[in-house]
Ligand binder design. Structure first.
Ligand SMILES: [Zn+2]
Ligand SMILES: [Zn+2]
Length: 342
């Protein structure tokens, strides 16, 4: 089968490899669509965390497809079923799992291999993180379950509520998914901040109440003007740079919450003002990944069209052109997510 193998930084090759063989409890799926993700782009451009990815590997983690082979011992799923699964499966037995922090599982298994004709789903993942896709949901939309699940987990942890004013730094795929989600959760005002005018226009189309081009205006001035001088109730950083993590801290009101969502390069640090934490009672939190519960919620919200992820898919390309797809993503101002079709 054809697969896009990641060998290292900036080293992605489309190669012919063996179709995976499945064992007891495993499932083989024909990938129908795999979506590009900011994390993939980061891994490709600046490296990876060994904990979650071992090289070389078939690349990609957001996908959906059709079951072509079902391992022994399984009553579900059935051959021909439309499914999505992964990219993680917690063990349900370790200390963190039993504390309900499934996203921090000490024995997490991660599944890579979306950019290929076939993908093998491990037994544990079949059991805890695979769902059937309703007929009216396209494979591309179903592939976006993974990033949406991460966003749902983050906004729940941050306690987004009815009537909140929310500033989101970054109008890329993750920032836009936050926008769509917090609007549905009853945010009163969502202010999107980015440097790229085209992305801000796109955010407006998706429902942003206000946009700030940080290259032209000072976000702090604008946020203060829009929130009677107080700052936003909740600020979400959706880029993953220490500079914008620090910027997020300046935009929040007293007693507000900063959700540092974007993962920064390893080894980086930020400055925190003790006065802000003490006198300002700022809550600063990070969230990592997501849980099987949120994967289920995400596919349900996509299926019910409560969260319409379709507009985020701005192009479709074949697996042969995957390198071009990532080049387009890093240079284009209008591409959000590209659906790769093996
Ligand atoms: Zn992703
Ligand atoms: Zn665990």
């Amino acid at each position: 089968m054809k697969a896009a193998m990641l060998y290292g930084v900036k080293d992605l090759r489309v190669e012919e490899i063996e179709v995976p063989k499945i064992a007891h409890g495993e499932v083989l799926v024909k990938v129908k669509a795999a979506t590009t993700c900011g994390t993939d782009l980061k891994i490709l451009q600046r490296g990876y965390v060994e904990k979650v990815i071992k090289l070389p590997t078939v690349f990609g983690h957001e996908w959906a497809g059709e079951v072509v082979e079902v391992g022994e011992g399984l009553e579900w799923p059935k051959k021909g079923m439309r499914v999505r699964a992964g990219n993680s499966a917690p063990c349900l037995r370790c200390y963190m799992c039993q504390k309900g922090k499934y996203n921090l599982c000490e024995n997490m298994i991660w599944l890579w291999g979306a950019y290929a004709e076939y993908i093998k789903v491990p037994a544990r993942m079949v059991a805890v993180n695979m769902q059937e896709i309703p007929q009216h949901v396209s494979y591309e939309e179903a592939a976006i379950t993974e990033p949406l699940a991460c966003v749902l987990h983050g906004v729940e942890e941050a306690g987004v509520g009815l009537g909140d004013s929310i500033a989101i730094i970054g109008a890329g795929p993750i920032g836009l998914l936050h926008l769509l989600t917090v609007k549905k959760m009853g945010a009163e005002k969502v202010i999107m901040i980015d440097l790229v005018e085209e992305r801000l226009h796109f955010a407006e189309k998706l429902g942003a109440d206000e946009t700030v081009n940080a290259g032209k205006e000072n976000p702090l001035d604008v946020i203060r003007r829009l929130t009677s001088g107080r700052g936003a109730d909740i600020v979400i950083e959706a880029i993953g740079l220490p500079k914008t993590w620090e910027q997020a801290l300046t935009l929040v009101r007293k007693g507000g919450t900063v959700l540092e969502f974007g993962g920064c390069p390893p080894g980086t640090e930020i400055k925190l003002s003790t006065e802000q934490l003490h006198y300002g009672e700022t809550t600063v939190m990070g969230t990592f990944h997501t849980t099987p519960l949120h994967f289920r919620k995400a596919i349900n919200l996509i299926a019910s069209k409560t969260i319409n992820v379709k507009p985020l898919i701005t192009a479709k390309m074949s697996l042969d052109n995957i390198k071009e797809a990532f080049e387009m993503l890093s240079t284009s101002k209008t591409q959000i997510k590209i659906a790769i079709q093996p």
